[in-house]
Design a protein around this ligand. Structure first.
Ligand code: MTE
Ligand code: MO
Length: 418
């Protein structure tokens, strides 16, 4: 068994499977994880704010940028994580598999880390295609896994810190010394020496066995290292470049993988949930529709023509979906702050927005005072110069700066102070 495992590791030896390469790819992956975590927290708290939280409403495309970055960094994790696993997976054949408690904990934490990472990026990707082949709520699980991953990342970096610092800088591989091996590696090496003796031709003599690199440091090994990095770079650039157009307009023409395209949809804006899915068409097209605004016991209902008779404001704001796509558009309608003033709402009041949609997680949303009082926040009645399409929330929808698409409530029926 011992021999078999050793032979497996030897067979998998390659010039790219070395600790320097693991460090180089690991750094990029670590950065992508941190970016995803930070932008993910931001998106989470926008949707579930703690009481004291207030958010920036400028620049008005802020969420478009943070969430676009979240999705792009998440997508970049696929090639990077595959590359990292390619580099280190021969470690699976380390023998003996467990050398005591510390070694067990180290391996268990890595197994968890790899597993949780794969689940996290896969569920994130499937979510962008609105495919939920699992029985649990996406957002809560994605959020909890995010915290778990950051914890595992910290442990991983802690455990590997000696190796990371040793191989951080360029050229560290070439200056590697026989004594530059961790105790784990030394134990493996001792194992090999005991089995075959250190003089075994092509054998391992004090080198890092976790990353057997039997090939001598010749031109070929540096060429294949460069080739590997180029491949990873091209793959990452490709998956990112062919998706980022859903967020960043200059790349729109090469948006092959993104589930949404700019300008495609009613009135030039993609539609997320349709009126049919939300089962709102009848209520939304009913002649008796009104928008009720309720503040501290006082209620007022407005028909669409009454809303149109109030001062109208035009704004340019994006729909920026949590799924990564976004679309700038022209909106026209009544300022929410004007409606709040009509009902003499306190300037500190937050609102609850209620849709005609009866079920669904976005049928009721909340809006903090910073958005309520923002001059760009509208109860929108028109989109891109036309009456708001039913699919975009006719008779009236919310549009506010810097907020995730999920909070831009369509088919409004009631707005109440909370
Ligand atoms: N009532 C209601 N409003 C909603 C939704 C919904 O499902 N129901 N979806 C939200 C989401 S996730 C997004 S991204 C935007 C999309 O707006 P659009 O379909 O007009 O582009 O609407 C938001 N408003
Ligand atoms: Mo969305």
């Amino acid at each position: 068994m011992r021999r078999l495992m050793y032979e497996a590791q030897r067979a998998l030896a390659s010039p790219v499977r070395n600790p320097r390469m693991a460090t180089v790819i690991g750094r990029l992956l670590g950065a992508a994880f941190l970016i995803c975590f930070g932008t993910g927290l931001y998106s989470h708290f926008l949707q579930e704010p703690l009481d004291w939280m207030r958010f920036a409403t400028r620049p008005e495309f802020l969420y478009q940028v943070t969430q676009g970055t979240h999705i792009i960094a998440g997508i970049a994790c696929f090639p990077l994580l595959l590359a990292k696993l390619y580099i280190v997976f021969p470690n699976l054949f380390a023998y003996p598999p467990v050398r005591g408690l510390v070694h067990f904990l180290e391996r268990a934490s890595i197994a968890l880390f790899v597993g949780a990472s794969l689940v996290q990026i896969t569920m994130g990707l499937l979510n962008t295609f609105q495919w939920y082949p699992w029985p649990f709520p996406f957002r809560q699980v994605h959020f909890a896994l995010g915290w778990a991953l950051i914890g595992l990342l910290v442990i991983h970096i802690g455990v590997k810190l000696p190796m990371i610092t040793r191989y951080w800088s360029k050229g560290s591989l070439d200056s590697e010394h026989p004594e530059d091996v961790s105790s784990v590696d030394r134990a493996s090496n001792a194992e090999a020496v005991r089995l075959w003796g250190s003089s075994r031709p092509g054998g391992v003599t004090g080198r890092v066995l976790d990353y057997i690199d039997a090939t001598p440091r010749t031109l070929t090994s540096s060429v294949s290292r460069r080739g590997f990095l180029t491949t990873v770079g091209v793959a990452t650039t490709a998956v990112v470049g062919l998706t980022a157009g859903q967020t960043f307009t200059p790349l729109n023409a090469v948006n092959l993988f993104g589930p949404r395209k700019k300008g495609v949809g009613q009135q030039g804006v993609p539609v997320n949930r349709t009126s049919e899915q939300a089962k709102v068409a009848d209520a939304a097209l009913a002649a008796g529709w009104t928008l009720t605004v309720a503040v501290a016991g006082t209620e007022r209902s407005f028909t669409r023509s009454e809303l149109l008779a109030l001062p109208q404001t035009e704004v340019q704001l994006p729909i920026a979906c949590v799924e990564g796509w976004s679309q700038m558009a022209h909106w026209r309608g009544v300022r929410l702050s004007d409606l709040a003033d009509l009902l003499s709402a306190d300037p500190d009041t937050s609102f609850r927005l209620i849709s005609l949609e009866e079920r669904g997680s976005f049928s009721k949303t909340q809006m903090g005072r910073e958005y309520v009082r923002d001059p760009l926040t509208l109860v929108a009645l028109e989109l891109n110069g036309e009456t708001l399409d039913l699919e975009h929330g006719y008779p009236a929808r919310m549009i506010a700066p810097g907020r995730p698409g999920v909070l831009q409530t369509k088919w409004l029926s009631r707005i109440e102070a909370i």
